[in-house]
Design a protein around this ligand. Structure first.
Ligand SMILES: [Zn+2]
Length: 155
């Protein structure tokens, strides 16, 4: 469901939390180790066709950066969500809860619980995802962002 044409992302170290939200929405969103040089981030984003999301204005001045570097200027995840919706036309209710929040791998039905289609597992890091109040709260926030309500207080 994530679709070959869905945008993909590389988030700088200040936007680790946003990467997690992008994964929750179903997007391929990766990060690098803290301290990775800007030039390495820019090069990887270019090579892999990812938008590089950053809070660092200097990143925009890097050679070859202009086309795929997106600088987010707000101060909270809600504001970044709104910026991405406006500037990239990003749908926040894209393919919710289809990727591992930790390692970005597409989730699969849990092999030992085939009768519980709502329980998913990560084939890479083995994390198991159960639907519950935490998922529900995340879903509400994604839906609010989808609807354009990006001013809500950060939970
Ligand atoms: Zn995983």
């Amino acid at each position: 469901m994530t679709g070959a044409n869905a945008p993909t992302f590389l988030c700088d170290e200040m936007l680790h939390g946003l990467a997690r939200w992008l994964r929750a929405a179903g997007y391929d969103a990766v990060t690098e180790e803290p301290g990775t040089p800007d030039a390495v981030l820019v090069a990887r984003a270019g090579r892999e066709g990812r938008f590089l999301l950053t809070r660092d204005r200097a990143m925009l001045q890097r050679r070859g950066a202009s086309r795929h570097v997106v600088m987010l200027s707000g101060q909270s995840t809600d504001l970044w969500a709104g910026e991405m919706r406006r500037r990239l036309g990003l749908a926040w209710w894209h393919a919710p809860f289809t990727r591992c929040l930790i390692c970005n791998t597409p989730l699969e039905m849990h092999p030992s619980l085939p009768e519980r289609a709502e329980v998913t597992g990560c084939p890479t890091c083995r994390k198991v995802y159960w639907p519950g109040s935490h998922t529900r709260r995340m879903a509400e926030r994604l839906k609010a962002w989808q609807a354009g309500d990006c001013q809500a207080a950060t939970a």
